[in-house]
Design a binder for this molecule. Structure first.
Ligand code: 0RA
Length: 633
């Protein structure tokens, strides 16, 4: 039986149509950002965002994501289910319209927010367009409905498959790998975004299951962003309880949770309609202004320190904050469209935070005293750092006029066309120098472990030779003087061994970039090279394989007879030509772009590995020891 016009409830006529799917298949990048890994994950988020909208509208409490072993992914929710009735104007099932027309979304109550349609959010039809197969099942009005698609086109009608007692939507899709570079979903990347969504939408239960390797996470936070901040500070030493403010005025909904720890780094995460506003914007500007003003005025009123004028940097040392704003018409600007532009928001957030924080400090003088002592000591340290930097500069170290001898620079001097490989150790550095294309590829070998940046303040870091080399070579300075315009290479590529030491050094370097040059990550300049894990040969035919799954596939296709296999433990095992072919040649290599989506998780790992707390470090290493053992099989 096909969907009929009988069913009532949601008005199918509300759905807006803007166009067909051919455009998506022609120019996928326009709709999901890229055809690489981040685009693949966007295909999941397009669907999840719609489920979250159902939750925001009050109709959905559970979302489940499943990664299957065959390269497909299922997203199911217990929302109202996509409407199936015939659209009066188009004479077609609303479900089919939602799945096959661009921007075809439902309009929700005016009083609720919609996150789908936000950033790349152009609707589930985009996921459909980029899938070689997709099955959607809807439970609605007591029935189970089903439809199947291939390459975005329906291959079955909307059929009723039987009765249903509850409601919801289940979508399973198989990415079209003639367009998408891979269907290898990353559990950790999807998991950290889903955790973030669970934090941002209190009471929503989100699970993710990986059937390829039996992994499962479930996220459910009754406390919302308050728990988010506690999570960020989990392995640090907070110096007070989480401070939490909430305000709803008209259609503007604002939540702020904040907590200082005894460390030196700031962790600020701001969201608008659940979208991580990586580039900040008016809401963040309002918060920062209010924070600086409130603390300065408390300090003056209570005569904390006569001559300390706290800057915005001073009051953010050791601060973890989550700001979550929900508004009806966000305007996203900036390079990656993750900067809030609505000008009225700055003043609104500023006055709200000023009044709430002002009250809080008055009522909690004990907490106020600890926060101010911390900020005042940051102001003094900033002074010391400036002196250390001046000293280092006098020794000529930080100026790119004095590039270190071990840098093998490239010939081309246009930063937009060049890249730098940061390579672990002199021997791999040597291979990279021989294997590279010296026109546009520079090589900087780093010796040993760079300083543990988690525990050091800037002044101390500038005593470390490897750090000074790195800062000098990149050219954009550090600390207050950081200037991204001066960056000497647009691609900064971290290339380390595929073993435990390599992972450690990569973590250290990422910590460094994350802590001190986060703008490089935000602007998409930082990458991780992907050296192959295996070399397989059958007769004269050589192949390089980059992960265990590829190896399994290879054996499935070729059998095991007459095949020789080598597992690479380090970059040093490859000769210059092999290193070029597998890892450095832009035509054949694959690079993973580092993004701050994973920043909370990265920060958590950095803190565990480098921080003061021994117990979590022990537990982490034990937990990950299995993986390490597997590496050496
Ligand atoms: C159009 C209209 C309505 C809901 C949805 C689409 C919807 C889409 C997805 C995608 C995944 N899960 C979803 N759940 C719902 C409004 C429905 C109504 O008013 O009854």
């Amino acid at each position: 039986m096909e969907a009929s016009q009988k069913s009532t409830g949601y008005g199918a006529e509300k759905i807006q149509i803007l166009g067909g799917l051919d455009a998506v298949r022609k120019r996928p990048g326009m709709y999901i950002g890229s055809t690489a890994l981040s685009g693949l994950h966007h295909m999941v988020y397009e669907v999840v965002d719609n489920s979250v909208d159902e939750a925001l509208a009050g109709f959905c409490s559970k979302i489940l994501v499943i990664i299957h072993a065959d390269g497909s992914c299922t997203i199911s929710d217990n929302g109202r289910g996509i409407p199936v009735e015939i659209h009066p104007k188009y004479n077609e099932s609303a479900l089919q319209i939602v799945m096959t027309k661009l921007h075809a979304g439902g309009k929700f109550d005016e009083s609720t927010y919609k996150i789908s349609g936000g950033l790349h959010g152009v609707g589930v039809s985009v996921t459909n367009a980029l899938s070689r197969k997709l099955i959607v099942e809807v439970k609605r009005d007591g029935k189970l409905w089903r439809q199947q698609y291939e390459f975005g086109k329906p291959v079955t009608p909307v059929e009723s498959m039987g009765e249903a007692t509850d409601s919801g939507t289940t979508i399973r899709f198989w990415p079209d790998t003639t367009i998408m570079e891979s269907d290898n979903f990353h559990f950790d990347t999807l998991s950290s975004r889903l955790r973030e969504l669970a934090f941002l939408n209190k009471g929503l239960r989100i699970s993710i299951e990986d059937l390829r390797e039996n992994k499962k996470h479930e996220f459910f936070y009754q406390g919302g962003i308050k728990e988010f901040v506690a999570h960020i500070n989990q392995n640090k030493n907070p110096i007070h309880e989480v401070i939490y403010f909430f305000k709803e005025e008209g259609k503007i909904h604002l939540e702020v949770a904040m907590q200082y720890n005894d460390g030196f780094n700031e962790n600020i995460f701001s969201f608008v309609n659940n979208i991580n506003t990586v580039e900040g914007g008016t809401h963040l500007a309002g918060f920062k202004t209010a924070l600086t003003r409130s603390l300065n005025s408390y300090s003056q009123k209570n005569k904390m320190d006569e001559d300390a004028k706290l800057t915005s940097d001073d009051v953010r040392e050791g601060l973890s904050v989550v700001i979550s704003l929900k508004i009806p018409q966000p305007q996203f600007e900036g390079q990656t469209k993750t900067k809030l532009g609505n000008s009225e928001i700055k003043g609104i957030v500023d006055s709200f935070v000023s009044s709430m924080l002002g009250n809080y400090l008055e009522q909690n003088p004990h907490v106020a005293k600890m926060i101010l002592e911390k900020s005042i000591s940051a102001a003094r340290a900033r002074d010391a750092a400036r002196k250390a930097r001046d000293l280092a500069r006098r020794k000529n170290a930080l100026d790119s006029a004095s590039l270190p001898g071990k840098l093998a620079d490239c010939a081309n001097s246009d930063p937009a066309k060049t890249e730098i490989y940061i390579v672990e150790g002199d021997s791999a550095g040597g291979s990279a120098k021989q294997g590279r294309n010296r026109d546009f590829q520079a090589i900087l070998p780093l010796r040993g472990k760079i300083l543990n940046v988690e525990k050091a303040r800037l002044a101390k870091m500038l005593q470390n030779n490897e750090i000074v080399s790195l800062v000098t070579v990149l050219g954009c300075g550090i600390g207050d003087e950081f200037n991204i315009q001066k960056l000497r290479y647009y691609k900064i590529i971290i290339m380390t061994d595929a073993d435990v030491d390599g992972a450690h050094i990569r973590t250290l370097l990422l910590t460094f970039f994350y802590r001190y040059m986060v703008d490089l990550i935000k602007a998409g300049h930082v990458y991780i090279a992907q050296p192959p894990l295996f070399k397989v040969a059958k007769g004269k035919k050589l192949d390089y394989l980059y992960n265990e799954r590829a190896l399994e596939e290879y054996f499935k296709l070729n059998g095991k007879d007459g095949i020789s296999m080598q597992r690479y433990k380090g970059l040093g095992e490859m000769n210059p030509k092999q290193l070029w072919e597998t890892t450095m040649d832009p035509v054949t290599r694959s690079l993973v772009q580092v993004n701050v989506e994973d920043a909370v998780e990265a920060d958590r790992i950095f803190t565990i590995l480098m921080g003061d707390e021994v117990e979590p470090r022990r537990a982490f290493i034990e937990e990950n020891a299995k993986a390490v053992v597997n590496l050496d099989v």
